[in-house]
Design a protein around this ligand. Sequence first.
Ligand code: PMP
Length: 400
Amino acid sequence: MMSLLERVQQFAQRHAESEQDFMAPLGAVIEHLYSATEGSINGRRTILVGTNNYLGLTFDNNCINACNHATRTYGTGTTGSRLANGSYAGHQELEDDLAKFYGVKHCIVFSTGYTANLGMITALVGKGDTIILDEHCHASIYDGCKLSGADVIHFRHNNAEDLDKRLRRLGDKASTTVIIVEGIYSMLGDRANLAEIAAIKQKYDALLLIDEAHSLGVLGDTGRGLAQEAQVEDQIDFITGTFSKSLAGIGGYCVSQHQELDVLRYMSRPYIFTASPSPGTIASTRAALEIIQTTPSLREQLWKNANYLYDNLKGMGYELSPEVSPVIAVNVGTPDNALNMWKKLFDRGIYVNLVMPPATPNSKCLLRCSVSAAHTSAQLDVVLDAFANLQSPRLNEKFA
Ligand code: PMP
């Protein structure tokens, strides 16, 4: 039998073999940033189209000033967890801000979006309970499910009928089940069919948790996400999200109309046993949340940019994700083709995400573009020009 270290050595060898080809996509180092949408990689000025910086707030003056001020006032880090080492006033103020923004009373701030999902799922369900999640859910949700010890069932992506069938089969256990979906799915950029899913959760008296990581600041009249857009906020039990996309920081949260959320933090090991977010990141996140609420023009610009890129790529014959959103996934067939296309774009100074199986649904190879409100039309034209010049078969294969 292979020893544990031999297994790591085998991985290291495979990694070294593929590094030649994959180094750039997997380990791109941005040496310098010129703005939210441009940086230098391998000494070349590069347009960044793979950042999740949807509103382009990473260089916003208010966010930077708030971060600087908090760092000077409270220091660089909290050096511990909130339960063991105490909360800072900023943690509570951000929780109040988020609860107010969503029109609910309860919020927990976590250290990342990843730990928000881990923390909420493990606190809510355990052995003997059930989780039903959409098969396209993010790795943090899968990991939370695994860590919880609950029974885990997947339903077919966005297939409400399949969800209904699986809940029906659970009988009485449906009432100790949590359903988990996402606002905008991170790989293909499509939305959950939330109104149907919320109706099913009501029918079976289950709980519904939605991860709005990619939809906060992007969807809904005031940017609250898909639940707001679909007008089903009162039927959602828990919303999780991240500070690392529209809010341009790092951290995560859960908001809820249920007062039980307040106590769940004491049952959540991924909340208890990790350091709380630094004062600077809390302050910049508060400033970014304020901007989401006061500057709807950013969301309008984001959608203008997303539609422009999507429509033009589609017009060139590329096979795209089924819905327009700031996540635009170009389906490029084989891994070799994907890598070749990625490199050609990279050589022309364009950085998109190369996403391969097993990280992708249905074993697709994707060039995943994420659009920002901060992209200029000149930058988007450079990106489109590069796609137009790729020597690649235009695929007619349909997204499943
Ligand atoms: N949920 C989803 C849907 C995500 O795409 C991500 C990050 N890509 C996360 C959660 C984790 O967020 P964070 O980076 O804050 O850990």
